[in-house]
Design a protein around this ligand. Structure first.
Ligand SMILES: [Zn+2]
Length: 103
């Protein structure tokens, strides 16, 4: 196992680090500044764990109001995520998908 040293000079140890809410995966964490780095393999494992954490997929048709596209949120998701009209959400645009994240 290669020994990693952080840019700050601190030693990097393998630890379970939180990659998303409630999801932990192995990565190198600096014991001095807390920076986290992943090897390629650790990154793949982290992404796998993140994908697995997806609990619900709902299919919706896009609608249109005033020339803008809209998506209706099902009641079940509204309740689960404690959403309500007027609440702010972030649209996170990735290569092939859009994630809606309550702020
Ligand atoms: Zn460091």
């Amino acid at each position: 196992m290669k020994n990693y040293t952080c840019e700050c000079g601190g030693k990097m140890n393998i630890e379970e680090v939180e990659i998303a809410e409630g999801i932990k995966s192995k990565g190198y964490k600096c014991e001095k500044c807390g920076d986290v780095e992943f090897t390629e393999e650790q990154m793949r494992e982290a992404l796998r764990k993140k994908e697995k954490s997806i609990k619900t997929v709902v299919t919706r048709k896009l609608g249109e109001i005033g020339g803008s596209l809209i998506i209706r949120i099902p009641k079940s998701v509204e309740n689960q995520m404690k959403l309500k009209s007027g609440k702010e959400v972030n649209l996170i645009v990735e290569k092939n998908r859009i994630i809606v994240e309550p702020v």
